[in-house]
Design a protein around this ligand. Structure first.
Ligand code: PLP
Length: 344
């Protein structure tokens, strides 16, 4: 079945909040205790696995998913090469928290070949610098050097890019973003090419208790039903806003892979909801944030409502002071533009 139809027609399981399930004639069945597995989570994993073409393991957040991947599937002292300009939380976790456990992290420009490492971490449409790797070449180089490859595909979603088809070992999504789509559930997922990796992740998940609850998993399943409608529309809105921002006198740089990026165009035919652009300085960025009426001045991305924020408040050492990150939602494009143009 085509993925889009699969999503729209997928079963919506009842939310069973019970943490225990009675044994069957004295034996535990497939569900017995919620930390091990629950019916809604299993259905979410079935859909996510079909979408990405692998074995999906659900976690209570994107960060929980990344933590679990590293702790369960790497060994102490391993080196992770992580794409520069990608999600700052990933770098912070790897180079900060997990360095205490012996993990080594190096950053690299993902538009160039990756360095030697145990795990190479790519992020197409990186958040917030919007760089795009030459995926096939990067994966080939990483593999030739003996590395495994994880791709954080949060921004594009499997509707636009399926990294496992390109030879990646793992796909990571913050499902809190475009997969859920409504800014009402925090979740993450690792989709594995190899079932043995997924089995190891499930074992680690039960042991560590880094487990998603049924309610957010149910919201994710509901959100997935409209993914095939939201992604193209949000991508079209982002492209149109990027083009108009390029012509705006108050804007110096617009970052969006849909703007004349032949490498990105080799892999995807739409470029997702996320873009970033620079105004003169931090004061102007703050003025734009406070002047918006329709676009929410809030963090996060991928939801049905558009969000914009100055990123320097979170990662001042990594981004220009006037950088604004915008995620296009489902509002009318002319309303969005009128709001942005007036605020600028
Ligand atoms: N990866 C990317 C690209 C993100 O943007 C985020 C969150 O902003 C994460 C991972 C972490 O996900 P979560 O907030 O669900 O823990």
């Amino acid at each position: 079945m085509d993925a889009k139809t699969l999503l729209a027609m997928g079963r919506t399981p009842a939310v069973q909040r019970a943490t225990i399930h009675p044994f069957d004639r004295g034996e535990p069945g497939p569900f017995y205790y919620q930390r091990a597995a629950h019916p809604v989570g299993l259905e979410a994993e079935r859909l996510l696995g079909e979408l990405d073409g692998g074995d999906a393991v659900l976690f209570p957040s994107g960060m929980g998913a990344i933590t679990s991947l590293v702790l369960a599937l790497l060994t102490p002292g391993a080196t992770v090469a992580v794409a520069d300009g990608g999600y700052y939380g990933t770098h912070g976790l790897l180079a900060g928290e997990l360095s205490r456990w012996g993990l080594k992290t190096i950053t690299f420009d993902q538009t160039a070949p990756p360095p030697t490492a145990d795990l190479v971490w790519l992020e197409p449409c990186s958040n917030p610098m919007l760089t795009f790797p030459d995926l096939d070449a990067a994966i080939e180089t990483a593999r030739a050097n003996g590395a495994r490859v994880a791709v954080d595909n949060t921004v594009l979603s499997p509707l636009l890019l399926r990294p496992l088809d390109h030879g990646a070992d793992f796909v990571l999504h913050s499902a809190s973003k475009i997969l859920g789509g409504h800014h009402d559930a925090i979740l993450g997922v690792v989709v594995c090419a190899d079932e043995a990796d997924a089995a190891r992740l499930r074992q680690f998940r039960t042991a560590s208790g880094i487990v998603a609850a049924p309610d957010p998993a149910w919201l994710l399943i509901r959100g997935l039903k409209t993914l095939a409608v939201r992604v193209p529309r949000q991508s079209a809105a982002a492209l149109e806003l990027a083009r108009r921002l390029q012509r705006h006198p108050a804007v110096s740089i617009v970052r969006y892979p849909g703007l004349d990026n032949p490498v990105a165009a080799k892999y995807v035919d739409a470029f997702g909801p996320l873009l970033s652009f620079d105004v003169a300085d931090a004061d102007h960025a703050a003025h734009v944030e406070r002047s918006l009426k329709l676009i929410e001045n809030a963090t996060s991305l991928g939801g049905v409502t558009s969000t914009l924020e100055a990123r320097a408040r979170w990662e001042p050492e990594r981004v220009p002071p006037g950088l604004l990150r915008l995620s296009a939602g489902l509002e009318d494009i002319e309303d969005l533009w009128a709001d942005l143009d007036r605020a600028l």
